[in-house]
Design a protein around this ligand. Structure first.
Ligand code: AMP
Length: 548
């Protein structure tokens, strides 16, 4: 442990990421391979690799008592030192260090103790094992053993930096190291593969969940086609729980986005279990009644239920459905790198024989224009979904990554009816027309500005408004014109922030014009009170048990 401990202390002492990586890589290089693999796991602050579900079963209180006992200190004394550091490992080092101990245990001895701990039933047995390990260790060894047991080294070294240290140590590409670590879920195994130059051989392991591929936000379909013209596969954006289903030899498990097992929906096991072969599916669990989806709040009622209540819920609770949109693995073949359209074809093929109403493949439409995408977006909202997800048809499945290939367009948070108070000439092809609009909400007899929007209207509408505003300008301020407050527009936005930028004290994030509202007068526009209500509503969502 001595080299490990010294390296950890040095890593903790520097704030520079590159230095941390360098130090960790030097440690890994200095150790025999077996020990280096162990060190890599411990450096991530874990006793076992990420894919290993074993837990040590040693509580903080138990460690606290053990440290007190070894140091021969009263609980009161321990409490004072703990308050000083807030970290039991550091407390142990301070108290045991003062006791002038000298010892050294090896990384293998520590790993061996960790291997035995989960199978020991009684706290007394665990206590005895740790007590004997600590008795042989130095005060600093104990510090880091405790930190690993409690799950955080607190040296500013997360798993992604350990990956970088491995890449550096064996001169391998970081992308290859990350990919192997993602697939194996074992940073120790990743290190061994890097040492043998065999990172490419890493494969998916059934019942070890992969990180989920994520979507980046877009505000409008046009944004997508402007940046990367071409076609996109458009799917509905479901308001449920993202889930990965693994199936092999009659066994089925579902995993959540946090890579925890989902056990709340037993009625989904059979339909997945009936499908042929071994596979991993990606999709969304949705509350579903007859022909339409139900809101997430309905699904939420079934989360966190105890096992004995589940059958009851299965019979009487909110019905659910697993809508699959990707296939990551089938019968020994990892499919992450084949194009999405091919994965979808294989998914259709896998589910072709399934007639179970609890499962379906997510419908998808190949879309070539932003107008068509807008239609699909509206249709998805009308069908009760959250929006759409547009996916590049040729893209690989990139676990844990957001952006690049998948894009989500969500239902706007809300819209506000506002009045235009000032206008400006646009940029680029819009430099000759008044296309940037500052707008206000009402507060008693005043108009208070809340934002500025320059997208959403077509060229004809902008030309007409330019003509109108030129004739209804009340004040010219260089490039800006204050206008009569008569043109009412409806604006969409992503959220509301408090801000000093505008006289209302609020600002809208990503505002865009939904449409002109010639049917509304300035007396009918939204008020500052409504803005305050919408602002408060953003924080009204209770924390969810699972991320959707
Ligand atoms: P958000 O939660 O708004 O960040 O959106 C990302 C989430 O959308 C993903 O984690 C999925 O749970 C969910 N989602 C819903 N429908 C789809 C779909 N068709 N494809 C991919 N993700 C989807």
């Amino acid at each position: 442990m001595r080299a490990f401990v010294q390296t950890c202390d040095t890593i903790a002492a520097t704030a520079k990421k590159l230095e941390k990586i360098q130090l960790a890589s030097e440690l890994l290089r200095s150790l025999p391979l077996k020990e280096a693999a162990r060190a890599a796991i411990f450096l991530t602050g874990r006793a076992f690799p990420r894919n290993d579900e074993r837990v040590l079963g040693v509580g903080g209180m138990q460690l606290y008592r053990l440290v007190g006992e070894l140091a021969g200190k009263e609980p009161g004394h321990l409490r004072d030192v703990y308050r000083q550091h807030g970290d039991l490992g550091t407390v142990a080092e301070q108290l045991l260090g003062a006791a002038d101990r000298d010892g050294d245990v090896s990384l293998s001895e520590v790993a061996d103790a960790f291997r035995k701990l989960p199978s020991l039933r009684s706290p007394a047995q665990k206590h005895a094992l740790l007590s004997s390990l600590f008795a042989r260790a130095s005060a600093s060894d104990v510090k880091y053993i405790i930190k690993v047991i409690t799950g955080d080294l607190r040296i500013g070294l997360k798993e992604n930096l350990v990956e970088e240290a491995i890449a550096k140590c064996f001169a391998r590409a970081i992308a290859d190291v990350r990919r192997a670590n993602m697939l194996t879920g074992d940073i120790g195994e990743t290190l061994r593969l890097a040492a043998r130059d065999a990172l490419a051989s890493a494969a998916v392991t059934l019942f070890h969940p992969l990180h989920f591929m994520l979507a980046a936000s877009i505000e409008t379909p046009a944004e997508l086609f402007d940046e990367s013209p071409g076609a996109f596969l458009v799917e509905e954006k479901y308001d449920g729980i993202r889930a990965q289903a693994h199936k092999s030899a009659g066994q089925v498990k579902f995993f959540s986005r946090t890579l925890d097992e989902i056990t709340e929906f037993p009625e989904l096991t059979e339909p997945v279990g009936c499908l042929p072969g071994t596979f991993i599916l990606d999709g969304e669990i949705l509350a579903w009644q007859d022909t339409h989806p139900l809101p997430f709040t309905e699904l939420q009622k079934r989360l966190g239920r105890k096992q004995d209540q589940m059958n009851l819920w299965e019979q009487h609770g909110v019905p659910v459905k697993f809508v699959c949109f990707d296939l990551l693995y089938r019968d020994g073949e990892t499919l992450l790198d084949i194009p999405l359209h091919e994965r979808r074809a294989r998914l259709d093929n896998l589910l072709a024989g399934s007639r179970d109403s609890h499962m379906q493949v997510a419908p998808s439409t190949l879309c070539h224009s932003s107008d068509r995408m807008t239609e699909l977006f509206r249709a998805s909202l009308a069908a009760g979904h959250e929006g759409i997800v547009a996916k590049a048809p040729d893209s690989p499945y990139t676990p844990g990554r957001r952006g690049g290939y998948w894009f989500k367009l969500k239902e706007p948070f809300a819209t506000l009816d506002v009045v235009v108070t000032a206008v400006e000439y646009g940029h680029g092809k819009r430099h000759g027309v008044l296309s940037d609009y500052t707008f206000a909400v009402r507060h008693e007899n005043q108009l208070l500005n809340i934002g500025k929007a320059y997208s959403g209207l077509n060229d004809k509408e902008i030309a007409q408004l330019t003509d109108y505003f030129l004739r209804h300008t009340t004040q010219e301020e260089g490039f800006r014109r204050v206008v009569e407050p008569t043109v009412v527009i409806e604006v969409a936005f992503n959220n509301i922030q408090k801000s000093n930028r505008h006289s209302s004290g609020y600002a809208l994030r990503f505002p865009r014009i939904e449409r002109l509202r010639p049917d509304k007068s300035v007396a009918e526009i939204d008020t500052l009170d409504r803005v305050a209500q919408l602002y408060a509503k953003q924080f009204a969502h209770a924390p969810l048990a699972l991320e959707s």
